[in-house]
Design a binder for this molecule. Structure first.
Ligand code: PD2
Ligand code: ZN
Length: 222
């Protein structure tokens, strides 16, 4: 992916994301991880929030019987069908250009809303073949090879995106995002990508997540 090929020179760096240049604020080599600024404008954030209102449902996790609610993920969310609004298209194209992957490999953007106490306990975004549900989840586009979490609104207190195996806690501002790749340099799924959303202590947190597949994502039959 393009972001992998960029190297990780220290210092601020502007990267072309098609219709906009974004800023690399922090980068880590293993796992490949970047904190990115200037990803979304305020107007885009407001529009994405507005489109989500009224569509939110309790968030699900992959389980043996498919998708289910769970105490490890106390948020509510929704997704946007690809190209369902001009701003959704604009952001999808920006993400694909930035990451250097075909648009078709990106799952529909997922919006998550955390209220006070809401959290997403540490997990992998990739599917562990040893766990139930992995086969079904990879049938529709292969593994999740990268994640981009974009902040639409940050909590007043708490709600950091954390990487416990890296000792990394990111307090991310609205309009910024964190990108990471799920495979290590040997092509193996990387357990260092363990990450979570720490509990929101006050205020509300909103994010939009783009998960990138190995192959074109095919929406499962309803
Ligand atoms: O909200 C977060 O910080 C978070 C943490 C872990 C989001 C996700 N994972 C995700 O959307 O996959
Ligand atoms: Zn995640």
């Amino acid at each position: 992916m393009l972001l992998s090929a960029e190297g990780h020179a220290p210092g601020l760096k502007r990267v072309n994301a098609g219709d906009r240049e974004v800023e690399v604020l922090l980068s880590i080599a293993n796992p490949r991880l970047l904190l990115i600024g200037d990803l979304l404008s305020e107007q885009e954030r407001v529009i994405l929030l507005g489109l989500s209102m009224g569509k939110l449902r309790p968030s699900l996790v992959v389980g043996a019987e498919g998708h289910e609610t769970h105490a490890t993920r106390t948020s509510e969310g929704t997704h946007f069908d690809r190209g369902s609004h001009p701003v959704v298209s604009r952001v999808e194209n920006r993400v694909a250009t930035l990451i250097g992957c075909p648009l078709t490999h990106i799952e529909p953007l997922q919006v998550l809303h955390y209220r006070e106490g809401g959290e997403y306990r540490p997990h992998f975004d990739w599917f562990d073949a040893a766990l139930p549900g992995a086969e079904r989840a990879t049938e529709i586009g292969g593994q999740r090879i990268a994640t981009l979490i974009m902040y639409l609104a940050s909590a007043e207190d708490g709600g950091a995106t954390i990487f416990p195996s890296l000792g990394l806690e990111l307090n991310i501002r609205p309009g910024q995002g964190v990108y990471f790749e799920n495979k290590n340099s040997k092509g193996e799924m990387d357990r260092l990508t363990l990450h979570g959303g720490s509990p929101v202590r006050s205020g509300e947190k909103w994010i939009a997540t783009a998960w990138v597949r190995e192959r074109p994502y095919v929406r499962p039959a309803a």
